[in-house]
Design a protein around this ligand. Structure first.
Ligand SMILES: [Fe+2]
Length: 192
């Protein structure tokens, strides 16, 4: 596989792309545009992640499938998506964990009284991958366009409004999100 373009290679990424497209493209086209942007960001991390980039791209495609109307259960998309991957798709554990914990999801889980469920059902994946997925999600806007992390955070606040549980959770998660973005940027510049 080395030397091959990872996005075009046969691996989890392609499989995940097809699954996410089925779940999101028609039902939630804007979410699908965002998802594709996040996957592109993931592909750009090959210099940092090497062969693990395929796993990251797959997780990027799957991170928001919990919004798909026919798999919503709790309404907390990281948990709904991860449970669907685990129980219905029988996906790789690493993908389930990455989806469950993407973009510092524990803070929103606390606000939704789902912290126990999230953390007892899904362990954390190793920090480099968790941070990489958070970086990709938090530097991609809702239409899939690359945004600076501060623009992305502002966009979430304005989309949901100041009192919304998602906005409050994002405020709590901001240090975690900024730390993830800084860590990935540092790793990228160290390899540039
Ligand atoms: Fe998400």
């Amino acid at each position: 596989m080395s030397g091959m373009p990872i996005v075009g290679g046969v691996g989890q990424a392609e499989w995940a792309r097809d699954l996410a497209e089925d779940l999101l493209a028609t039902a939630l086209p804007r979410r699908w545009a965002h998802t594709q942007g996040v996957a592109q960001r993931a592909a750009s991390l090959t210099p940092v992640l090497g062969e693990e980039t395929d796993t990251l791209i797959a997780a990027a495609y799957l991170h928001d499938i919990g919004y798909a109307p026919n798999l919503v259960e709790t309404g907390f998309h990281p948990l709904d998506g991860a449970r669907y991957l685990r129980d219905v798709i029988k996906a790789d554990d690493r993908l389930c964990r990455l989806v469950a914990h993407h973009s510092c999801a524990v803070n929103e889980a606390l606000n939704r009284n789902l912290f126990e469920a999230l953390t007892s059902e899904f362990d954390e994946e190793r920090p480099e991958l968790v941070e990489a997925l958070t970086y990709c999600d938090m530097t991609t806007g809702p239409d899939g366009i690359h945004l600076d992390v501060t623009e992305r955070l502002a966009e979430i606040h304005s989309r949901y409004g100041p009192e919304h549980l998602v906005s409050r959770s994002i405020t709590t998660s901001t240090p975690c999100i900024l730390a993830a973005v800084r860590s990935v940027e540092a790793a990228l510049s160290a390899r540039a």
